[in-house]
Design a binder for this molecule. Structure first.
Ligand code: MN
Length: 191
């Protein structure tokens, strides 16, 4: 890229409570019916799709000003509170297509967890709360979970060329799940 082709510096507004980025270049919503196969309890999922007219589970805004390697882009994810059976609302989860590319998450409001796993079978989790930055190192798949009673809004920042690989986790899900036990979030191995 030539100096004269590069984007100009800017400050982009984000509404912390809702996650809305008015100048977003992309936006999508995922309803519960888009997340079939990801939850532990498929019957509970179908019941909520019927009873609640297929509610939105999460949405995503992106601001992508740059297209060339070395640039970054960023956006917000908003996970609405709720559970499917005992399991808290979650995102699909993905590896980066370029496995050696990292990312950061920063919660703006609400609270939750990030589930991590690597292709060698290692798993771990990290908090996603205001006042902390969650570092997603290279080679770790990541899925976010809203364990609170209000929307979880977080800012993600990522290299533009990282890419998303949703296929590697499809049909199997992640090895760990977050369920409510006695009113509290509990991280367990998938049965
Ligand atoms: Mn990512």
């Amino acid at each position: 890229m030539k100096i004269t082709d590069s984007p100009l510096p800017s400050s982009i507004a984000i509404v912390a409570e809702t996650g809305v980025i008015p100048q977003a270049t992309a936006h999508y919503r995922k309803r519960l019916s888009d997340l079939r196969g990801l939850f532990l309890d498929p019957a509970a999922l179908e019941q909520r799709i019927r009873d609640e007219n297929d509610p939105v589970c999460y949405e995503n805004y992106a601001f992508n000003n740059g297209k060339t390697e070395g640039d970054i882009f960023f956006g917000t994810t908003i996970i609405y509170p709720g559970k499917v059976g005992l399991e808290y609302h979650l995102t699909r989860g993905h590896y980066h297509r370029k496995r050696d590319h990292a990312e950061t998450y920063q919660a703006l409001s609400g609270r939750g967890l990030v589930l991590f796993e690597r292709e060698d079978g290692t798993t771990c989790t990290a908090e996603l709360v205001p006042g902390k930055v969650t570092y997603i190192p290279p080679f770790w798949a990541h899925r976010s979970v809203n364990t609170g009673k209000v929307p979880l809004v977080f800012l993600w920042t990522c290299p533009v060329e990282a890419g998303h690989d949703y296929e590697a986790l499809r049909g199997r899900g992640m090895r760990q799940v977050v369920v409510e036990r006695d009113g509290c979030p509990c991280i367990e191995n998938r049965p």
